[in-house]
Design a protein around this ligand. Sequence first.
Ligand code: ADP
Length: 747
Amino acid sequence: MRGQGRQHGLGYLTAVVATAAVVLIRRFLLADILEPDAPLYLFLFVVTAAAWFGGLKAGLLATALSTLAGTYYFIARDGWRIADGDGLRIGIFVVSGAAISCFAEAMYRSWDRADRQREALRITLSSIGDAVIATDADGRVTSLNPVAAALTGWTRDEAMGRPLEDVFRIVNEESRLPVENPVKKVLAEGRIVGLANHTLLIAKDGKELPIDDSAAPIEDAEGAIRGVVLIFRDMTERRRAERTRLRLAAIVESSDDAIIGKDMDGIIHSWNRGAERLYGYTAKEVIGKPVSLLMPPDHPDEFPSIMERLKRGERVDHYETTRVRKDGQRFDVSLSISPIKDDGGRVIGASAIARDITERKRLYQQLLEADRRKDEFLATLAHELRNPLAPIRNALQILRLASDNKATVEQVRTIMERQLQQMVRLIDDLMDVSRITRRKLQLRKERVDLATVVRNAVETSRPLIETAGHELTVTLLMESIHVEADEARLAQILSNLLNNAAKYTERGGHIWLTVEAESEGGQPSREVLIRVKDTGIGIPADQLPHIFEMFRQVDYSLERSQGGLGIGLTLVKWLTEMHGGTVEVHSDGPNKGSEFIVRLPIVTEQPTQQPSSSGDGECKVAAGPCKVLIVEDSEDTATSMRTILLMMGHDVRIAHDGIQAVEAAGSYLPDVVLLDLSLPKLSGYEVARQIRQQMWGKNMKLVALTGWGQEEDKRRSQQAGFDQHVTKPLEPAALEELLRKLCPPSA
Ligand code: ADP
């Protein structure tokens, strides 16, 4: 009856059939056995059976039928006549039947209520988002909701009655040791317990998932523990979200940029490490304070206008403005501010990323400045290269018109020489700068006597100094000072300084070149100071720190240009540093003169004995007339060289490409071949190689003429068979000197 619920039909049927059966049994089977004065009590079974199956109504029907049938067959006589005492008997039966029916009905109702409650509980458990497992007091599973079934991998039927440890296997995430069964703990302690953190549930298929749970005792009315209910949930998503949150927090925290959160009233509620670094306030100092604390007071409109845009849900991107640090210092920032919205899309605050752009702005200004200087340099370069052309052109015109006037020719020649020298100097400086910046310049350092270097430098600069009418005072030390230097480069440093002194001093000034040795406490001095001082236009104090920068000129105006590109002092500095020295500048300001001081380390050890050179006397011997083959693709260069060589008394042929060169060398058999390296058809190296392969070419003097004078270039030309490596342009004097060496008079 319990399992199927109330069955009205069966109850009614039982009422009818059982009543009939009892009538028959009583009349025919038990008539002699049963007492005649207890005619109805067998019918109580009928009522009970009908009420058991069908409840109140079936019970009452059975009571009615039993009363009628019992009365008719076993109590009444002569139809429906009833004796006095029988009425009471019938009444008691009816009351008893009704009572049994009511009792059965009450039972049914109570069972129905319990069923409904159980069903409601089942539905509730099934609908719960968390997993729920209930056990009895022995820890055996009595219920398992669908979420628990999904997480554990056990179906309800499989799990029912099993020990909880089978269905709910848990281990510690780190140690992987089994975690104490919460049910046991609840049973032992009789209170709600929660799982330790980092618990992993191992599902039936071995899959592992992080869970969070709690277990509570199920107590009856008397407080006795009847079982345990265990509630747990899958933490995978939450863990992932937590990890993402932590990662984001770490990114925010470690960002170099300041990241600041504020509400719509501008009150700061978050402040990362970058913000601490940038603004100088700790989080504790600013959280809860208005963001206007960071704004300069002279930007009053900034905050309302930013907030207005944020309220409209707009972002503020790369907004460049000024902010104030805790110490009151202002700095440039680029701000990107985004609105923070709640779930309903309402703007509830903003997050601002602030980046210090002071350095970027400074670099940008530097770039602009460098760009401006480059443009000025190009203008100056064009001007400086064109400058000498006008006098040279004029001189040529004069030569054409007055070639027979010796005095005029001499004057014109001097002009041309001077202008050419100026151009050569400019181009040489440019080439040097380019070589140094490409790290191509190598110094040929040796132990040199400083006095000799000074003398050479003075000789180079003397024409300029004299033309400007300056007085030059050179003071050397009594003892000779040696430095480890490339003689030519050191002379270049000093003549650059002397030239500048001459250029930037009004006519008739005074220039001093003084060599001093600084001694410390009686010790032999380790450093030599070379001072170049003038009474010239001086240098403004604000320019002093920049005067050695490339293209830097105090007065850029072309009208006031003194013939320079602003690279002379850069070269002085670089070359001095390449010699292990330093250079500094002093000036008391405009028109107070300037002083440049070069410091160089002194070489103290004794010189190693040098083999004696060929000596002056020999140098002075003129070169014997010899046969020279010029190989040069530039017609003008070749012709001008030939003219000079003819004037020196030599015999000359010209070839314009590599193939011609080899042929001419074979037919003309020159003493010396002046061979340009970059030639059409066959390179200079190849020409040299081919000549050397011939019997007639074995002793021919081969001279490489090139724009490149690096050690590497020299090594290459030597390998190709050259005797000499000479850098272009070759001055007539140097050409004469070369031929003197290569073809002495005996040749
Ligand atoms: P340039 O002379 O070609 O302009 P430099 O690099 O030699 O370039 O010099 C840079 C600038 O330094 C010059 O343009 C000039 O303004 C300043 N300067 C150099 N030497 C002196 C000096 N002796 N007196 C005054 N100003 C000088």
